[in-house]
Ligand binder design. Structure first.
Ligand SMILES: *[C@@H]1O[C@H](CO)[C@@H](O)[C@H](O)[C@H]1NC(C)=O
Ligand SMILES: *[C@@H]1O[C@H](CO)[C@@H](O)[C@H](O)[C@H]1NC(C)=O
Ligand SMILES: *[C@@H]1O[C@H](CO)[C@@H](O)[C@H](O)[C@H]1NC(C)=O
Length: 819
C-alpha cells in the first residue's frame, strides 16, 4: 500500500493529459470564415448617463463607413433606424464595425429610404464576465444611451415617423448586459425591440467565481422566464435571437447559449452557426463578429425585419419571428413524416432551400424534375447501454432514413457514425444525392457530408435546463444503389475520445473545487490525528487520503450521482443548498424544464464514472502542486536560514497569545479591507503566509495549502482590479467593500505567521471537536456537490471556518505543548 499515492498521481496525471490531448484534437478546428472588410471612421456621441456610476469611462460612437455614410453634422444627418452594438467581456466598440459596414453598404446598394445608423458602445474593455457590478453599470449606461439616441431622432426634423425603439446587436457578455438593461429602473418600456446575441452565455455564467455575476444571472433569468408568462408582458414586442459558433468557441460553453428555457418560441430563437443556411460552419469566439458568411445572413435578416413606417422600426412580432426563422433555420428542421422532399442538384429557384448537399424543396406544388425523397417515420433505437457496449447497426433501405435515438441525450457523449455500402453501385450516381449524415435535436441540427462523421450535439448538457422528452435523431441521405436488400448499413457507436474532450470544456470549474475538497479532507485527517496527540504532516495526511479514503469517496460520488438521477431525491438535496436555488427552479419548472445543477450536472446514470474520474484527476493535481510547493517552502527555509546565520533569532514564544492582541498588530491588513477588494487582500495575506512558511511539515504549510486553493477562486477578481486601477484609481478603490468577507482569514493568517510553529486550537470539548470536523466535511461535500455552480461560496465557507478557528483559539488561548 505504500506505493499507492504514486500510483494515483500517475493515473490522475495520465488521465489529465489524455483529456487535454483529446480536447486539443477534437475542439481545434481551423477557422474557415472569409474575412470581411470595412472603412471605419466614427463620431463620438456625447451621452450623459446619470444612472451609471462609471459613465465617464463609457463612450458611444456613431459608425461612419468611409465614402458611403453622410458626414455627421447633427441629428438631421441620421438615417432613421437605430442599431446599437454592445461589446462583451474586455471587448471594444470596433468589433461592431464589420456588421455596420455591410449594413450601410447594402443600404446604399438597395437605395432604401431609411438606412441603419449604427451606434457602437465602448466600455473601456471592462471585464463584465468576472464582475457582476460591471454588468449592471453597463446595462444602466445602455438604457441612458438608448434614451439619448432616441432623443436625437426626435430632433431630426425630417422623419415621417420618429423611432421609439432600437435593434440591439451584442457580442458575448454584451448579450447579458442587454438582457439586464430591460430589468432596470431606467429602462424605457418598449425601447429595445429586437436583440441579436452572438456567442452569449445566456443560461449560466462562463465562470462562477464572483457572487454578483451569479446573482445578476439569477435575477435577470428569473425576470425573463416570468415575464413572458404574463398576458400583457412589458416584453410582448421584444424578440431575441441567440447565435452560437458551436464547440470551436472555447470561451463560452456552446450549450449555455440556447434561450428556449428563457423565452417561448413565439419570441425567441436559438441557432448554431453549423445549422444556419449558407454559413454551415463553426465559428470561434472572436471571429463570430467578423465572419463574412455569418454577417451577410445577419444583415439580410435585419433588412427583412425592418419597417421604416412604424415607430418600432420593425414588423410585428409574429411576422418578425417568421422572417428570423427563415433566415436562421433550415426548413428541413421542421419536417414531418408526411412531407415529401425533392432534391435538386444545382439549379436554384426561389422555392428551393440550400443545404451542404444541394438544394431541396418541400412538398412541391407541381411536378418538379428533381429526385423525390419520401420522408418516412423515424425508426427507433432505444438502449444507450447497448450503444455503449456494442454499437448499433441500422440497415438503410430508402434514400432517406430518420433514426431516433431517444435514450441518447446527454451532450457529454459523442457518437461515431459510419455508413458502409452493401453492394457494387449498379449505376454511376451522377444524378443522385451525395451521402450525407445529419444530426438533429430539438435545439439544433448539423450536416456532415461523407460516409463517416463524429457527431457532436448540444442539448442536454451539464448544469443546463433540459426537457425530458428530447433525444437525438440521425438522418442519413444515401444514394440508392442496390437492386435488392439494404444499400447501406449505418454503424453507430460511442466515440470515447470525443466524449473525453467534452469533459474538458464542461468541468473547468472542478479544477478549483475538487482539489479544494481533497485539501479539506486532508486537513480533517491531520486535525483528527492532532487531537489524538499524533503529529502528522500534510504530506502524511495526503498519503492517508489516497490510501484509505480515495476509493471510498470515489465510490460514494458514483452512488451519489446515481441517486441524483432520481428527481425527487434531487429536489430534496437541492433544497439543502446555500444560497437557495428555489426561485430559479420555480421559474424554470413553470415551462416544463428541469435542471440538474449538482455534482456533475447530468441526468444520465451511465455517466456515473465522471465524478470519480474528476476526483482522481484533482488528487493528482493536488499532489503535483504539493510537490512544487514543498520544494518552494524548503528553498524559502534554506534562504531564511542562510540570511540569518550570524544573527540570533528573536526569542521563540512558548505559546500562542490571545488573538485579541493580534487584532491591533493586524491593523494594516484590516484597514486595507476598507480600500481593496477582499479577494485581493485574501490573496495578499496568503502570499504573506507562504513567505513565512519554512517547513512543509508545519501547520502553517497546511493552512497555506488550504488558502492557496481558495485563492484560485479569487484570482480573477485580482485581474479585474488590476485592470480598473489602470484606468481609474477612485473606481478601483470604491467597489467590493466587504470587510466581514475576509477579516477572519486576515486575523488568522496574522496569528499563524507570528508563531514559528503554530498548532491548531487544541480542543478538549468533544462537542466542539465534532463541530469542527463536521464543518470540514460539510465544506468538502459542498465543494464536490454544489461547487460547480457556486464556486464563489468556497471563499466564504473557508472564511467562516477561519472565524470558527479564531473563536476556538480565543476560548482557550493557552495551548498544550507539542511533544
Ligand atoms: C406592442 O405593440 C402593440 C402594437 O403595436 C402595442 O399596442 C403594445 O402597446 C405594445 N406593447 C408594449 C409593451 O410596448
Ligand atoms: C400524417 O398523416 C397521417 C394520416 O393522414 C396523420 O394521422 C398524421 O397525424 C400525420 N402526421 C403529421 C405529423 O402531420
Ligand atoms: C424524424 O422523426 C421524428 C419522429 O417521428 C420526427 O419528429 C421528425 O420530424 C423527423 N425528422 C425528419 C427530418 O424527418
Amino acid at each position: 500500500m505504500a506505493h499507492s499515492p504514486k500510483y494515483v498521481l500517475f493515473a490522475g496525471a495520465l488521465l489529465f493529459l489524455v483529456t487535454a490531448l483529446s480536447f486539443l484534437d477534437v475542439y481545434y478546428e481551423p477557422n474557415t470564415c472569409s474575412m470581411s472588410y470595412s472603412r471605419p471612421s466614427s463620431v463620438e456621441i456625447n451621452v450623459q448617463s446619470p444612472s451609471s456610476k462609471v459613465s465617464t469611462r463609457y463612450r458611444t460612437y456613431l459608425y461612419q463607413e468611409g465614402g458611403v455614410s453622410k458626414v455627421y453634422t447633427g441629428p438631421h444627418t441620421l438615417g432613421g433606424t437605430p442599431v446599437i452594438f454592445i461589446p462583451g467581456n474586455a471587448g471594444s466598440h470596433s468589433q461592431g464595425r464589420s456588421l455596420a459596414a455591410l449594413a450601410i453598404n447594402l443600404g446604399e446598394e438597395l437605395g432604401t429610404e431609411t438606412p441603419f445608423d449604427f451606434f457602437l458602445l465602448h466600455f473601456s474593455e471592462d471585464m463584465s464576465a468576472l464582475h457582476g457590478k460591471t454588468i449592471v453599470d453597463e446595462a444602466a449606461y445602455v438604457n441612458d444611451a438608448i434614451s439619448h439616441i432616441l432623443g436625437l431622432y426626435a430632433q431630426h426634423g425630417n422623419l415621417a415617423v420618429v423611432p421609439s425603439s432600437v435593434i440591439v446587436l451584442c457580442h458575448s457578455m454584451g448579450g447579458i448586459v442587454a438582457r439586464t438593461a430591460v430589468t432596470l429602473d431606467n429602462y424605457i418600456p418598449g425601447s429595445i425591440n429586437t436583440i441579436f446575441t452572438l456567442s452569449t452565455p445566456h443560461i449560466f455564467p462562463p465562470l462562477t467565481l464572483d457572487k454578483d455575476v451569479t446573482m445578476v444571472y439569477d435575477s435577470v433569468n428569473q425576470y425573463w422566464r416570468n415575464c413572458y408568462s404574463e398576458k400583457h408582458s412589458p416584453m410582448e414586442n421584444t424578440t431575441l435571437v441567440s447565435i452560437s459558433g458551436g464547440h470551436i468557441d472555447h470561451m463560452v460553453v456552446p450549450d449555455s447559449t440556447p434561450v428556449d428555457s428563457l423565452i417561448p418560441v413565439t419570441h425567441g430563437l436559438s441557432a448554431f452557426t453549423y445549422s444556419i443556411p449558407k454559413v454551415w460552419r463553426g465559428i470561434d469566439h472572436l471571429a463570430i463578429m467578423w465572419c463574412a458568411e455569418l454577417r451577410s445572413v445577419i444583415v439580410d435578416s435585419l433588412y427583412k425585419i425592418v419597417d421604416s413606417k412604424s415607430p418600432e422600426r420593425t414588423i410585428p412580432v409574429t411576422q418578425r419571428m417568421q422572417a428570423l426563422k427563415s433566415a436562421f433555420k433550415s426548413p428541413i428542421d421542421s419536417l414531418t413524416e408526411n412531407d415529401t422532399l425533392v432534391w435538386h442538384d444545382r439549379t436554384e429557384k426561389a422555392a428551393y432551400f440550400e443545404t451542404p448537399v444541394g438544394f431541396f424543396e418541400v412538398n412541391p406544388k407541381q411536378d418538379s424534375n428533381g429526385l423525390v425523397i419520401p420522408v418516412a417515420q423515424a425508426a427507433h433505437h432505444s438502449s444507450l447501454l447497448w450503444t455503449v457496449l456494442t454499437g448499433i447497426s441500422v440497415p438503410l433501405i430508402e434514400r432517406y432514413t430518420n433514426i431516433s435515438l431517444p435514450t441518447i441525450k446527454s451532450s457529454l457523449l459523442s457518437l461515431q457514425v459510419e455508413v458502409l455500402p452493401q453492394c457494387q453501385p449498379s449505376h454511376a450516381g451522377a444524378n443522385d444525392i451525395p451521402l450525407a449524415i445529419r444530426s438533429w435535436t430539438a435545439r439544433e441540427s448539423r450536416w456532415y457530408v461523407g460516409n463517416t462523421a463524429r457527431i457532436v450535439w448540444y442539448s442536454e448538457s451539464p448544469y443546463m435546463p433540459f426537457d425530458d422528452s428530447r433525444g437525438l435523431y440521425l438522418q442519413i441521405f444515401a444514394p440508392e444503389i442496390c437492386s435488392s436488400g439494404p444499400s447501406h448499413i449505418a454503424r453507430i457507436k460511442v466515440d470515447w475520445w470525443a466524449t473525453l474532450s467534452n469533459l474538458a470544456i464542461n468541468y473547468r470549474a472542478s479544477l478549483a473545487t475538487y482539489p479544494l475538497a481533497v485539501v479539506l479532507i486532508c486537513v480533517f485527517i491531520q486535525l483528527r490525528a492532532f487531537h489524538a496527540n499524533k503529529h502528522i504532516s500534510f504530506s502524511d495526511s495526503l498519503s492517508i487520503f489516497t490510501e484509505k479514503y480515495l476509493l471510498h469517496i470515489a465510490k460514494g460520488l458514483a452512488v451519489t450521482h446515481l441517486a441524483l438521477c432520481w428527481r425527487p431525491l434531487r429536489n430534496l438535496i437541492r433544497s439543502l443548498q446555500m444560497p437557495s436555488e428555489r426561485y430559479n427552479i420555480h421559474a424554470l419548472q413553470r415551462q416544463t424544464f428541469d435542471i440538474h445543477d449538482m455534482l456533475v450536472g447530468v441526468d444520465e446514470p451511465l455517466l456515473f464514472w465522471i465524478p470519480p474520474l474528476l476526483l482522481v484527476m484533482a488528487t493528482a493535481a493536488l499532489m503535483l502542486v504539493h510537490q512544487v510547493l514543498s520544494a518552494i517552502v524548503f528553498a524559502n527555509g534554506w534562504l531564511q536560514n542562510a540570511a540569518c546565520r550570524g544573527c540570533r533569532g528573536p526569542p521563540v514564544p512558548q505559546s500562542l497569545k490571545n488573538p485579541a492582541v493580534y487584532i491591533i498588530g493586524n491593523l494594516f491588513w484590516l484597514s486595507a479591507l476598507f480600500f481593496i477588494p477582499y479577494q485581493v487582500v485574501f490573496i495578499a495575506v496568503t502570499v504573506f503566509l507562504l513567505s513565512k512558511t519554512v517547513d512543509a511539515d508545519s501547520w502553517q504549510y497546511t493552512f497555506s495549502m488550504l488558502f492557496l486553493w481558495t485563492c484560485a477562486i479569487d484570482g480573477p477578481i485580482l485581474v479585474v482590479w488590476a485592470h480598473n486601477i489602470n484606468f481609474e484609481w477612485s473606481l478601483a478603490f470604491s467597489t467590493y467593500r466587504n470587510i466581514v468577507a475576509a477579516a477572519p482569514i486576515v486575523i488568522l493568517v496574522y496569528f499563524l505567521s507570528q508563531h514559528p510553529s503554530p498548532i491548531p486550537p487544541p480542543c478538549d470539548n468533544v462537542l466542539l471537536k465534532r463541530f469542527t470536523y463536521a464543518c470540514l466535511i460539510y465544506m468538502a461535500t459542498y465543494a464536490l456537490v454544489y461547487g460547480a455552480m457556486h464556486t464563489f461560496m468556497m471563499h466564504h465557507l473557508v472564511n467562516y471556518f477561519a472565524g470558527w478557528l479564531l473563536t476556538l483559539y480565543m476560548e482557550r488561548p493557552q495551548p498544550r505543548k507539542l511533544q
